[in-house]
Design a protein around this ligand. Structure first.
Ligand SMILES: NC(=O)c1ccc[n+]([C@@H]2O[C@H](COP(=O)([O-])OP(=O)(O)OC[C@H]3O[C@@H](n4cnc5c(N)ncnc54)[C@H](O)[C@@H]3O)[C@@H](O)[C@H]2O)c1
Ligand SMILES: O=C(O)[C@H](O)COP(=O)(O)O
Length: 399
C-alpha cells in the first residue's frame, strides 16, 4: 500500500500494486509518497475489496486501474460525492489474448494432458511408450468451423469476437446495450443473437464479457444450461458470480458443460470436474498493468488539479480547458435551478463567468464554472461556503 502527498496537501493512496509507470504520473508536481494516510484525497485500486471500508471526509476520488468496479461501493461513493473512475479498454487486449489462448488450449485438452504427463515422472524409459499409449484420452477438437458465442460486446468481447472470426470460427454475439463505438469496431460477420437463449442454443464455445451487476449475476444457471449444446466449453474471464456454482457443478457432472475455464477459482470451483482454474490472470501482463495504471493515475491527477472528469462510472464526464484562474466545481442533485443558484453566488462576489459546463447523470449533476478575473484569497472561503449552503449541493471545490 502506497500513499502520496501532493504539493497542495492532497494525498493519494493505493490499495494494490500499481505499476510504477502509473505512480510516476504523481512525481510531476512535487508529490510525496507516504504509506500511512488514513484520510487520503484519492485512492488508486485494482481488485482490493473496498466494500467494508469507511471513507474519510477528504476522499474525493477512487480510480480502478482496470475494468470491473464491483469491488467498490459505487452507490455509496456517489451519495458521498466521491468520483469513481475506471480505465475502459486499457486491459482488453491482455484479456483477449488470454481468452483465445484458453479457448484453443482447452479445446485440445492441453491443461489436462500436461498435468497427466507430469504424473509420469519416475517411469523412466517407459515414458515415451506410456505417452503414445495414453494420448488417446486427450483427443481434442479443432475450433475452426465451430461457433463461439460472445456475451457482452464491449472492449474485450468485441476484440475476442473479431479475432475468433480470423481463426475461422463462426461468431454469434449478444449485447443489448452495445455502445456505438464498439458497434463500429465489430466485424459485420459477427452474427447478432436476439436473445441469450438463441446464443446459448447455437454455441459450441461460450465466452462472457459483461460486468457483474444484479442483472448479470448467475446468468449461467440451470435454465441456461438446459438450452446449451451438450459438451459446450464455457470461458469466464469476467467474474465468478456470473455463474450459479451449484448448477455449474451438476452441468459439469452430467456433461452438459464439457469444460469450465474460469479466472475466478474458489474452494467449490477447485472441486468441480473438468474445470480449468486460472488465478485471475486475465489482465496480468506488464503492458496491461502499465496501461491501466497510467490511465487511472492521469484521470485522478487531472480531476484533483482541474476538476475535469474522464471515464467516471458514477459522475457525468465533463471537462473544460483549465486556465489556472479560479474554477468552481460542484457535484449536486439533478434538480431545477442549481446552476442558477451557483451562478448567483458567484455574481454576488462581483465575479465574471468566462466559461461553464453542466452535465447530468441520473439523479446527479456536475457543474464547473470558470471565473474570468484573478480572485483574491479571502474571497475563496466565503464563496465556497455560500455554494455549500445551497440545498442539493453534495460537494464543492474551488480550484
Ligand atoms: N479477468 C480479468 O482480469 C478481467 C480484466 C478486465 C475485465 N474483466 C471483467 O470483464 C468485464 C468486461 O470488461 P470490458 O472491458 O469488456 O467492459 P466493457 O464495459 O467495455 O464491456 C461490457 C459490455 O457488456 C455489455 N453488457 C452489460 N450487461 C449486459 C447483459 N446483461 N447482457 C449482455 N451484454 C451486457 C455492455 O453493453 C458492454 O458492451 C469487466 O466488467 C470485468 O468484470 C476481467
Ligand atoms: O476488472 C478487471 O480489470 C480485472 O478483473 C483485472 O483485475 P486486476 O487489476 O486485479 O488484475
Amino acid at each position: 500500500m502506497t500513499t502520496i502527498t501532493l504539493e497542495k496537501g492532497k494525498t493519494i493512496k493505493t490499495l494494490n500494486n500499481i505499476a510504477e509507470s502509473g505512480l510516476k504520473v504523481f512525481s510531476k508536481g512535487n508529490y510525496v509518497i507516504d504509506n500511512d494516510s488514513e484520510n487520503p484525497e484519492a485512492i488508486v485500486v485494482r481488485s482490493f475489496n473496498m466494500h467494508s471500508l469507511t471513507f474519510g471526509d477528504e476522499l474525493k476520488a477512487i480510480a480502478r486501474a482496470g475494468a470491473g468496479v464491483n469491488n467498490i461501493p459505487v452507490e455509496l461513493c456517489t451519495e458521498q460525492g466521491i468520483v469513481v473512475f475506471n480505465t475502459p479498454g486499457a486491459n482488453a487486449n491482455a484479456v483477449k489474448e488470454m481468452v483465445l489462448t484458453s479457448l484453443m488450449a482447452s479445446s485440445r485438452n492441453l491443461f489436462a494432458g500436461v498435468e497427466w504427463t507430469k504424473s509420469l515422472e519416475g517411469e523412466g524409459k517407459q515414458i515415451p511408450k506410456l505417452v503414445e499409449a495414453g494420448k488417446k484420452q486427450f483427443l481434442g477438437k479443432e475450433i475452426k468451423g465451430k461457433t463461439l458465442g460472445v456475451i457482452g460486446l464491449g472492449a474485450i468481447g468485441a476484440l475476442v469476437a473479431n479475432d475468433a472470426l480470423d481463426l475461422d470460427m463462426d461468431v454469434i454475439g449478444f449485447d443489448p446495450f452495445i455502445s456505438v463505438d464498439t458497434a463500429w469496431n465489430l466485424s459485420r460477420n459477427v452474427k447478432r443473437a436476439m436473445t441469450l437463449e438463441q446464443l446459448f442454443a447455437e454455441s459450441d464455445y461460450l465466452t462472457v464479457h459483461v460486468p457483474l451487476t444484479p442483472d448479470t449475476k448467475e446468468m449461467f444457471n440451470q435454465k441456461a444450461f438446459n438450452v446449451m449444446k451438450p459438451g459446450v466449453h464455457i470461458l469466464n474471464f469476467s467474474r465468478g458470480e456470473l455463474v450459479n456454482e451449484k448448477d455449474m457443478e451438476i452441468a459439469l457432472e452430467n456433461g452438459t458443460v464439457g469444460q469450465y475455464i474460469t479466472d475466478f477459482p474458489n474452494e467449490n470451483v477447485l472441486k468441480m470436474k473438468n474445470t480449468v482454474p486460472v488465478p485471475h490472470l486475465g489482465a496480468s501482463t506488464k503492458e496491461s498493468e502499465e496501461n491501466c495504471a497510467i490511465m487511472a493515475t492521469r484521470q485522478v491527477k487531472e480531476f484533483l488539479e482541474t476538476g475535469n472528469i474522464r471515464n467516471s462510472v458514477n459522475f457525468p464526464n465533463a471537462s473544460l480547458p483549465y486556465t489556472g484562474k479560479l474554477r468552481v466545481a460542484a457535484f449536486h442533485e439533478n434538480v431545477p435551478n442549481m446552476v442558477g443558484q451557483i451562478t448567483l453566488a458567484v455574481s454576488s462576489y462581483n465575479l465574471n463567468i468566462a466559461d461553464m459546463v453542466n452535465r447530468s447523470r441520473g439523479g446527479y449533476a456536475y457543474t464547473m464554472i470558470d471565473i474570468d478575473n484573478k480572485v483574491s484569497g479571502e474571497v475563496i472561503p466565503g464563496l465556497e461556503n455560500k455554494i455549500k449552503q445551497i440545498d442539493g449541493i453534495i460537494t464543492t471545490r474551488l480550484i
